[in-house]
Design a protein. Structure first.
Length: 317
């Protein structure tokens, strides 16, 4: 099972990296006010300082060492929790793009759902069913990682991060999804076209937990189900599509135990960015008390997911 998606990783990664990449990092900066010359050309900022500005403003005469001392004595700790409008817009755009273009743009296809239909009554799902399902789910994670999350990384670094982290990313989805009711679980798994097929074929929802109990490729399903139940009990505040996106980003660019990264600083910066964004998002959405609880639940979710991956011998060595 450890090599279940390796070929899919290589194929999808190499194909996607040579397509046009989506740039979701647009920064809005208001244009500086200017005044025009007689021909209508903007040449001088309205508020530009003149030659005597420094003489008029004593603050501009402070030497660097004194200014640094002033800044270091300022209480700016609140800035760590400041969730700006630009960040809100950025995350909102990222979330919409992720679910539309990376996640629900890949469908499980009619053959997969017909197999599901045959097996849902007996509760027995064969290995091929899970393998084809995992491959389609892997395409979603690979698309996100290659084209958005690590779009500025080298091909070799993206390939390495996919190989080492994709199993954790996929099982994180299962852990997160199992917190929902069975109807929502099926919705979260389905692509845009899948929804019509599910209705057409009249597929009945089967929970992630039940499918894991019947998983033919898992020998210790009881322990995995126990960890799923722990995640459901411990991480209820994380039932949020944006939280899933940001945590998936953390899983997929986690540089820990990833020897051989060419640009470690870049990968680590992306990881820290997503770590900061999820903290600010949760504090803004839930308030300080519940937000801090949700941040702790993120740590628990990561812990439970890694325990499942380790149990399946899929963790990087």
């Amino acid at each position: 099972m450890g090599r279940l998606i390796e070929e899919e990783v290589l194929y999808r990664h190499k194909k996607l990296r040579h397509q046009t990449r989506f740039d979701a990092t647009t920064t809005v900066r208001p244009d500086e006010d200017t005044k025009d010359d007689k021909n209508g050309n903007a040449v001088v900022p309205v508020n530009a300082s003149n030659g005597n500005e420094q003489d008029k403003n004593p603050l501009l005469q402070i030497d660097d060492s004194t200014l640094l001392d002033i800044v270091l004595k300022m209480d700016v700790s609140f800035l760590e929790e400041l969730y700006t409008n630009e960040e809100r817009n950025y995350i909102s755009n990222q979330n919409t793009y992720f679910w539309t273009n990376h996640w629900r743009n890949f469908n499980l296809d009619e053959a997969h759902w017909k197999t599901y239909l045959r097996m849902q009554d007996t509760g027995k799902f064969d290995a091929e069913f899970f393998q084809t399902g995992y491959k389609q789910m892997a395409k979603r994670v690979i698309s996100f990682t290659s084209l958005t999350l690590l779009k500025n990384a080298s091909d070799s670094d993206v390939d390495l991060m996919l190989r080492l982290n994709i199993n954790a990313g996929l099982f994180f989805f299962s852990m997160w999804n199992c917190m929902y009711d069975v109807v929502t679980q099926m919705y979260n798994v389905s692509g845009m076209k899948d929804r019509m097929l599910v209705g057409k074929l009249k597929c009945k929802p089967v929970s992630v937990r039940t499918m894991m109990e019947k998983h033919p490729l898992v020998s210790d399903s009881r322990e995995i189900v126990r960890l799923m139940d722990l995640a459901k009990d411990d991480c209820g505040l994380l039932k949020d599509e944006t939280v899933f996106l940001l945590l998936l980003g953390m899983f997929m660019c986690n540089p820990k135990n990833c020897e051989g990264i060419k640009d470690f600083d870049y990968i680590n910066d992306v990881y820290k960015e997503y770590e900061t964004l999820i903290r600010r998002y949760l504090l803004f959405k839930l308030g300080k008390e519940l937000g801090n609880q949700a941040i702790q639940q993120c740590d628990k979710m990561i812990k439970h997911t890694n325990a499942v991956v380790k149990l399946l011998n899929l963790m990087p060595q």
